[in-house]
Design a protein around this ligand. Structure first.
Ligand SMILES: [Zn+2]
Length: 559
């Protein structure tokens, strides 16, 4: 029994280094409790050398402790400075941004209490070590416990690979992601993943750089100083936006400027997933030719070819395995501003962080032609992490839908609040575009929709390509132009007669280059929703790797 208690003391000593940081993340609502739980599992690993070499237990604990203490300092300091969790993205940022920027940042965000906090934290770790007892047991049970301690930290891998029969790579990747919540794996695995993803990205960029540019490129706007903005929203179903007719007033700000907006009300995404959609929307790829994004120049390439300076401002996570493609797109731009380095998507980083850098880019008068991509977190789940408390205007008790239980009603309301906040951010961006002295046009769309109990027949939440509903694909698609643009370049008022054209965002590249007044051999006017030569064709949805699975959006209208 004493030995059990003594071992427990070692356990808590090791756990301490991950626990403080993870507790802070929970208390300050940066992320949920999963990190803390995973740290408990990962801590078992350190008990193995302690139990195997009991004679030197305390000495070994000291070495491991120093190692863990150092690793935890990274997470803690990062959390104090940025208020975000430490992740692989942070390592990416450290290697990407130059040192001057980092020191300037330190000067701005450093607070005096960080030093005493770290001092007390470090002293306590020494104190706990000092208090560690010796261990002496020859019980055979110890070997069972060692095997247990070896298995527990890798529970996710074992579960996925042996129980759920998932592919090895996926099981390893998920295991690594889990372990990154605890130190020193935050640094070790973060770096390994960073290197892998970087490799993948470099291959994609290398391939992109060897592509033949589009042919006979002509700019109809010639030397006119112009700014073209593409705002990519996230998980927003247009039917939950007041401006599109939703019963709740979720978009009061956009409503106020409704007359200045060209509101397309029949646009759909081809897929319900960010990366898969953007691979098509930003390139010539579509449901029938999903790989063209690799083989032909994309929207960024074309804008650059046309002489635009290109910017990518994003509040989406910078670097996770899933997001390598997004980061690759961003790296094709001349300038990148990464604002969200969290590891998990249920961490908050409000979209208003894009406003200031966006304003700064607009204000730069030295650059004549700008193409700015603003990528928002929009209304991605978890919805409650997407808006500040002031924007929680729709509460639990206003829905008279008896199908939903209290938890589901909360999701429903949280989603509307997220849309409400998204309205604030998007309309602020439009306001800045309005005040820009250059001719400025903007296109806002969401990457895909989201089902949040909209369907009356089946209760569903989220997105699933195998069980599609219209809400997962119905997206806002809004064009705005400022007065300078209207005066000097073109007044798009005439477009209002086109706003109910049925259209897939996989053809976005044609509409956007049309908006930018570009013409080139590969341009197809019948695929630009703002072109008079547009011709409607079926909007296809589904996984293009299985051609038989593609279906017309009309087929799911009544599902
Ligand atoms: Zn998305």
């Amino acid at each position: 029994m004493t030995n059990f208690l003594n071992t427990l003391k070692y356990f808590f000593f090791f756990f301490y280094f991950s626990a403080i940081y993870n507790l802070l993340c929970i208390i300050f609502d940066v992320t949920g409790s999963i990190g803390l739980r995973e740290s408990v599992y990962a801590t078992f690993l350190w008990l193995i050398p302690i139990l195997l070499f009991q004679k030197h237990a305390k000495k070994i604990a000291a070495y491991i402790g120093i190692f863990l203490w150092l690793g935890s300092l990274f997470s803690l300091n990062y959390f104090f400075l940025y208020g975000q969790e430490f992740s692989q993205s942070v390592i990416f940022i450290i290697f990407e941004s130059n040192l001057v920027e980092s020191t300037e940042f330190l000067k701005t965000y450093f607070q005096w209490w960080i030093i005493p906090f770290i001092a007390v934290y470090s002293f306590l770790s020494y104190y706990f070590w000092k208090k560690l007892p010796g261990i002496k047991t020859s019980s055979k049970v110890i070997y069972l416990f060692i095997v247990f301690s070896l298995l527990v930290p890798f529970h996710k891998f074992l579960e996925l690979y042996y129980v759920e029969k998932k592919p090895y790579e996926i099981a390893v990747y998920k295991q690594m992601t889990r372990m990154q919540a605890s130190t020193p794996w935050n640094i070790v695995l973060g770096y390994v993943n960073y290197k892998n993803d970087l490799n993948q990205m470099e291959k994609l960029l290398e391939r992109n750089s060897t592509l033949k540019p589009v042919e006979n490129l002509k700019d109809n706007y010639k030397d006119e100083a112009s700014t073209l903005i593409l705002v990519l929203g996230e998980s927003t179903n247009r039917n939950r936006m007041g401006i599109y007719g939703y019963s709740r007033d979720t978009t009061p700000n956009l409503d106020k400027i409704k007359n200045d907006l060209i509101l397309f009300d029949n646009v759909y995404s081809s897929r319900p997933y960010t990366i898969e959609v953007l691979q098509q929307a930003l390139s010539f790829a579509d449901e029938k030719n999903p790989n063209l994004y690799l083989n032909k120049p994309n929207l960024i390439n074309i804008m650059k070819q046309a002489g635009y300076s290109t910017y990518w401002i994003t509040n989406q996570q910078t670097q996770t395995k899933r997001n390598t493609m997004l980061t690759t797109f961003s790296k094709m731009c001349d300038n990148q501003i990464y604002l969200n380095n969290n590891q998990k998507q249920n961490s908050y980083s409000y979209d208003e962080v894009v406003l200031e850098p966006f304003k700064n880019v607009l204000a730069d008068t030295k650059v004549k032609k700008k193409f700015i991509v603003v990528h928002l977190l929009g209304t991605h789940n978890k919805y409650e992490y997407r808006y500040p408390k002031d924007f929680a205007v729709f509460d639990n008790y206003r829905i008279d839908d008896n199908r939903l239980n209290d938890r589901e009603k909360k999701y429903y309301n949280d989603y509307d609040n997220a849309v409400f906040y998204n309205d604030y951010v998007v309309s602020k961006i439009i306001e800045d575009a309005k005040n820009s002295k250059d001719s400025t046009a903007l296109l806002y769309l969401s990457d895909h929709g989201e089902e949040v109990f909209d369907n009356k027949n089946v209760k569903k939440l989220g997105r699933n390509e195998d069980a599609p509903t219209l809400s997962m694909y119905s997206i806002p698609f809004i064009i705005y132009q400022n007065s300078v643009f209207k005066e000097k370049i073109k007044d798009f008022k005439s477009l209002k007669k086109y706003t109910n054209r049925e259209y897939s965002s996989s053809d976005l590249i044609y509409t956007f280059t049309d908006l930018a007044g570009l013409n080139f051999k590969e341009f197809d006017s019948s695929r630009s929703v703002i072109n008079e030569k547009f011709s409607e064709k079926p909007v296809l949805i589904g996984d293009p790797s299985n051609k038989n699975k593609l279906r017309d959006i009309k087929d799911i209208r009544n599902l």
